[in-house]
Write a protein that binds this ligand. Structure first.
Ligand code: BG6
Length: 484
């Protein structure tokens, strides 16, 4: 399906995100012949590159970041011919006029077609407001324009409001696409389908049958060349305030009226209710319910000592009818043993142990949603061990592997979300009130960490993180599920 004609402008065009995710994502669409001939991709950065220099840079990036069997000379040529680069020093009016000139100097699109203008702001969020204001001054903002904001938006509630206000002075809320690439993951969208296009889970989906939920996003990489950003952010701002809370919302939210095909508000309204129902973690409750860790080689990697956390584990509750009393345990960290993201929904034990000698031998039912490394789902249950000698119980599982079930490859999250931006579909993007509700909940944790400046607990690279994370669950008589 063809995408609309578009002028796709990326601020931060030579950055990590643009080169590793955005351009490879656009390349995949090119390969599928979905980009109309007159779509242009305009990179904006401070680098002194001309169009040819930028085309070279992008070509190298595509060789590094696109799967080898997807590299096709024709598609590479088509994509790179769309590329332009504007070197822009934000303080220089001349540079802005060159961007203006390029955007205005555009062949008229085909009869009846509108050109969609996308401004993708892959830069630090304190630049969002100033960039939007400049675009507006230059008359480059029309109803056909959309702006994409990368996370984290601000570094706390007040700063995120300032950013949202500044962007909101130029763009209407429906033109603003706040990206959280976790919502673009196939397995995350499948979670919505599993919950709401089937009947079997919904009756069980509450404190009545669910004992607790675990959300783990474990990374093996360190912070490498992103140290400057990361050290100011830390794991709570980088991952929990956005990705992990969004996952929690999709697990916990009430059924929306519809998913897609509308303004996106049905889903976003329900997510917002979850965020607003999170039990606030404030004051000393923070010390009990959170673990902050840092891998032992972090300071060395960074080049200076630091107290920023590279690991966080939390115990979270939701104060509503469905979830009262059900803990949600979240953990994420860098330089851990595994590159793996999973959600574990752990059910309660059957109310009565009726099989002889079965007491203590059953394992609770568990639904595992695997986001990484291989997407899929597993339902863990207890089965009868085959054999004539009476009934012996044995753990077994129903497995849904994406790779085995579907021939199509799963698109990369950014690839999918960029298409939604071009088409103007907002469901998988965050609304302003969601971002702010997430900050409102996160902020007191940051405050308490600042008020009681305890050093993060150190953990060795290649491990599961600090032992305190295991104790967080052990206190409740539970353990983290490690992969089976
Ligand atoms: C980004 C964070 O948003 O998500 C990174 O800034 C993190 O620190 C990344 O590595 C993880 O994404 P994924 O898709 O690889 O799990």
């Amino acid at each position: 399906l063809m995408l609309p004609s578009c002028d796709f402008t990326v601020f931060g065009a030579t950055g990590d995100l643009a080169l590793r995710k955005l351009l490879p994502g656009l390349y995949e669409r090119e390969r599928q012949h979905q980009l109309p001939a007159d779509t242009r991709i305009i990179g904006v950065s401070r680098s002194p590159l001309d169009d040819a220099g930028y085309r070279d840079l992008v070509t190298h990036a595509l060789f590094d970041h696109v799967a080898e069997d997807h590299l096709e000379a024709g598609a590479l040529h088509r994509l790179t011919s769309r590329l332009h680069h504007i070197s822009l020093d934000a303080a220089s009016p001349d540079d802005w006029h060159r961007l203006h000139g390029l955007l205005k100097d555009r062949p008229a699109p085909a009869e009846g077609a509108d050109v969609v203008r996308v401004y993708y702001l892959a830069v630090a969020s304190d630049l969002f407001g100033p960039i939007c204001a400049r675009l507006d001054d230059l008359g480059l903002v029309t109803p056909q324009c959309r702006v994409v904001l990368e996370k984290p938006i601000g570094s706390d509630l007040a700063s995120s409001r300032i950013v949202n206000d500044a962007v909101g002075r130029v763009f209407d809320e429906h033109q603003i696409f706040r990206i959280d690439h976790y919502l673009g993951k196939e397995s995350v969208q499948n979670l919505l389908v599993t919950r709401f296009a089937n009947v079997f889970l919904e009756p069980l989906w509450s404190s009545r049958w669910i004992d607790h939920v675990q959300i783990t996003v474990s990374e093996t990489l360190g912070v490498s060349n992103r140290g400057e950003y990361y050290d100011r952010a830390g794991a709570l701002r980088d991952m929990v305030q956005n990705h992990l809370l969004q996952l929690l919302c999709l697990i916990a939210m009430e059924p929306p009226t519809r998913v897609g095909g509308d303004t996106g508000d049905s889903v976003r309204d329900e997510k917002l209710k979850v965020l607003r129902a999170l039990t606030p973690l404030t004051g000393t409750a923070v010390n009990r319910a959170t673990v902050r860790g840092q891998y032992t080689t972090y300071g060395e990697e960074l080049g200076h000592p630091s107290t920023t956390e590279t690991f966080v584990a939390l115990r979270v509750e939701i104060e509503n009818w469905r979830w009262a009393g059900v803990p949600f345990y979240l953990r994420t960290g860098k330089r851990l043993a595994r590159q793996e993201s999973t959600i574990e929904v752990v059910f309660k034990e059957p109310p009565h142990a009726m099989f002889p000698h079965s007491e203590g031998t059953t394992t609770p039912n568990r639904l595992t949603v695997r986001m990484q490394p291989d997407e899929g789902m597993q339902l863990h249950l207890t089965a009868k061990h085959p054999g004539p000698g009476g009934i012996r119980l044995h753990p077994a599982s129903l497995d849904l592997s994406y790779a085995d079930t579907f021939d199509e490859r799963s698109p990369e999250p950014y690839e999918r979300l960029l298409m939604d931006v071009m088409r103007g579909i907002p469901t998988l993007f965050m609304r302003r009130d969601e971002v702010e509700a997430a900050w409102a909940w996160t902020e007191p944790i940051l405050e308490q960490w600042r008020a009681v400046p305890i050093e993060p607990v150190r953990y060795h690279p290649g491990t599961d993180g600090p032992a305190a994370a295991a104790r967080l669950l052990a206190r409740d008589g539970r353990t983290w599920q490690e992969p089976s």
